[in-house]
Design a protein around this ligand. Structure first.
Ligand code: DLZ
Length: 233
């Protein structure tokens, strides 16, 4: 049973909106990076960019698992498996499609993007899209330069933000929005996410709980949440 914090007021009690957003701090969270080998001269650079961004966000190397697949078409399968079987807070998907003479480009691009979105929604694990779709090798290489311009870097930054965004956890037991004191908003929302039992992120919840100095429901019960296999519908 979730205990509401004394400071928690229902949103309708006051006329002020509550803003929820993730953070850029990923320490304690686990991430999977699914990388397609096709056009490896680019995807290797995307992988490096993603790894650098995760390190900059405080994620340690042992908390990152890199999964290699043949091409972008295979990314959704591996991403879904990682989300279902692993305790990842988010999955970063990286690939490179360069337009060729055939219709392959369109088919693979739409299968990859739709497949990744479907996998993310089906598992409840955030997945980010670092799959380039370019007209030339040059365009692809421009997007794989070292640093924050690198699309792998961008996808990793988005993954950290999504992994730390907990919309459901910020709701009270009845689904009512929990209001927190001004100035301490983000920290309090993270705490309420851990206590509400709705975060369901397994390792993610545990990590955030540690950072916040509280023990979340998953820590106490040892229950896997978001990392557990998706329920059949
Ligand atoms: C077949 C193919 C083609 C033509 N182009 C690309 C591409 O530009 N980028 C990419 O990641 N993969 C490509 N592939 C391979 C497919 O994604 C897939 O690996 C194969 O069709 C085997 O299922």
């Amino acid at each position: 049973m979730v205990k509401q914090k004394k400071t928690g007021l229902k949103l309708r009690d006051k006329k002020q909106a509550v803003t929820l957003e993730g953070t850029s701090r990923g320490a304690g969270l686990k991430f999977a990076i699914v990388v397609a080998r096709f056009n490896e001269f680019v995807t290797q650079q995307l992988e490096s960019g993603a790894l650098e961004a995760l390190a900059a966000a405080g994620v340690t190397a042992e908390d990152v698992c890199v999964v290699k697949v043949p091409g972008a078409f295979e990314i959704p399968f591996a991403a879904r498996q990682a989300a279902e079987r692993g305790r990842f807070a988010a999955v970063i998907c990286l690939g490179c499609l360069i337009r060729g003479a055939t219709a392959h480009f369109e088919y693979i691009a739409s299968a990859a993007s739709q497949g990744i979105m479907d996998a993310s929604l089906a598992t409840g694990v955030p997945m980010t899209f670092g799959v380039l779709t370019t007209n030339s090798r040059e365009e692809a290489m421009e997007r794989a330069v070292p640093g924050p311009e690198n699309k792998g870097w961008e996808a990793a930054v988005a993954a950290v933000e999504m992994a730390t965004l907990d919309v459901r956890g910020a709701m009270g037991a009845t689904g009512a929005m929990v209001r927190v004191r001004k100035g301490t908003e983000k920290r309090k929302l993270n705490v309420s996410a851990q206590r509400s039992g709705r975060a369901g992120r397994g390792a993610a919840a545990k990590g955030a709980a540690k950072r916040n100095g509280v023990s979340g429901p998953h820590e106490r019960s040892g229950r896997a949440g978001r990392g557990a296999p998706a329920r059949k519908k």
